[in-house]
Design a binder for this molecule. Structure first.
Ligand code: NAG
Length: 384
């Protein structure tokens, strides 16, 4: 056993309160109830799952197996382009909404065939809990989309295998406006585009926690077996907690925040374990304020890009102490092992975005405890 620090005990007790099926959301999503006390029900078909997710009845939808949408809508053949010329196995891009002409006009074009199901996600309405049982509940070949809905829990499911060769082949989870959303203990792998993405509407009171973002993939925009399109938070007014997640073998957008002039985001990134990232983790762009504390970077080529976003990533005692005047507590230092240097993260103006009580009272363990904790708790098969 590793030594248990007092801060670790606080975090452990907070999680121990979560003994019921779905536990207790924390961070900005605190108070989220999803389908509440509705009787958990197992959908009998892809069609029933689709209906239950999108109707106006509060529901607890229990997935005991993988719902495989992959070939359910057949295939389509169309134009692709090849913006990445690296090898081996570059991703290609479906020419969706003239993206190839507009963004990659010099890329070679071709035709290819992909599964239609991946390009149209399942709508998720308000007051839903989507809960996996054990480690074998989930959705394959199609993702989820929340559009302006609230009070949603997505927990303990796999979302995997969505046209992984094809950018614009599908996202695992899109949120375009919404609040009180808890995305906890899920597993993402082999996705064409984003594992998770917000925008353009504000996504508030939302926590992504204990998720595994497994970037290990055959096809990659960076041709190194590591998925580039991990997490992208770009809604206009996003306020998100991103904690206790396990990012493994990704190569970009871990997360990417901001990028649209006039939009703003406040993202609290703590106690995540970043491992074997052959590329960049944080990508801070215009409009963003991002506070990283107590994260552990292990073999990360570029822990953060430079960028127009505001970032605070303390690693020294003077830097952790500088949080006290605005947060009423010291921040928790980040740790880097066998990783590149931080290219950003000393802008104390960032802290102006993190004065709400949620940030002040967050239970954050020492970064040194994060690798063991996250490996034991992130992903499916733990909470239910
Ligand atoms: C969700 O549940 C709340 C509380 O019961 C209710 O007020 C609200 O109308 C529901 N939302 C939808 C879209 O059904």
């Amino acid at each position: 056993m590793f030594a248990i620090s007092p801060l670790f005990v606080c975090a452990a007790l907070a999680l121990l309160r979560t003994t019921s099926a779905v536990g207790t959301p924390f961070g900005l999503a605190a108070g989220t109830t999803g389908g509440g006390s509705a009787t958990p029900s197992v959908p009998s078909s892809l069609a029933q799952l689709t209906t239950w997710l999108s109707d106006s009845t509060p529901r607890v939808i229990l997935l005991e197996s993988i719902y495989d949408f992959t070939s359910n809508e057949g295939t389509t053949t169309g134009t692709i382009c090849k913006p990445w010329t690296c090898s081996p196995n570059p991703q290609v891009a479906i020419d969706a909404n003239s993206w190839c002409e507009d963004d990659e006009p010099s890329a070679a074009k071709s035709t290819a065939t992909w599964y239609k199901a991946g390009t149209t996600p399942l709508a998720v309405a308000s007051n839903k809990t989507l809960l996996g049982k054990g480690s074998s509940g989930g959705i394959k070949g199609k993702g989820l989309k929340i559009s302006g809905a609230s009070n949603i829990i997505i927990q303990n499911i796999q979302i995997v295998d969505i046209n992984e060769e094809f950018v614009w082949g599908g996202d695992a989870l899109q949120i375009d406006g919404g609040s009180n959303i808890w995305v906890d203990s899920n597993y993402f792998q082999n996705i064409g585009r984003q594992m998770v993405v917000t925008g353009y509407g504000a996504v508030t009171k939302t926590t992504f926690s204990n998720n595994v973002f497994n970037g290990q993939s055959t096809y990659s925009a960076t041709c190194n077996g590591c998925h580039y399109w991990t997490a992208f938070f770009t809604g206009n007014g996003d306020q998100i907690t991103f904690a206790l997640n396990y990012l493994y073998m990704t190569s970009g957008r871990g997360p990417h925040v901001g990028g649209f002039s006039g939009y703003f985001q406040d993202i609290h990134v703590y106690n995540n374990y970043f491992v074997s990232i052959e590329g960049n983790a944080l990508d801070p762009e215009i409009g963003s304020k991002i506070l990283l504390e107590g994260n552990y970077f292990n073999a990360v080529t570029t822990p953060t890009l430079t960028g127009a976003g505001q970032t605070y990533i303390p690693t020294t005692s003077a830097q952790t102490a500088a949080c006290s005047s605005l947060l009423g507590r010291a921040c928790v230092a980040n740790v880097l092992l066998n990783s590149g240097a931080l290219l950003a993260g000393t802008d104390t103006g960032t802290l102006n975005g993190f004065t709400a009580s949620t940030y002040k009272s967050a239970s954050i363990m020492a970064a040194s405890a994060v690798p063991s904790y996250v490996q034991a708790h992130a992903g499916v098969g733990i909470v239910n």
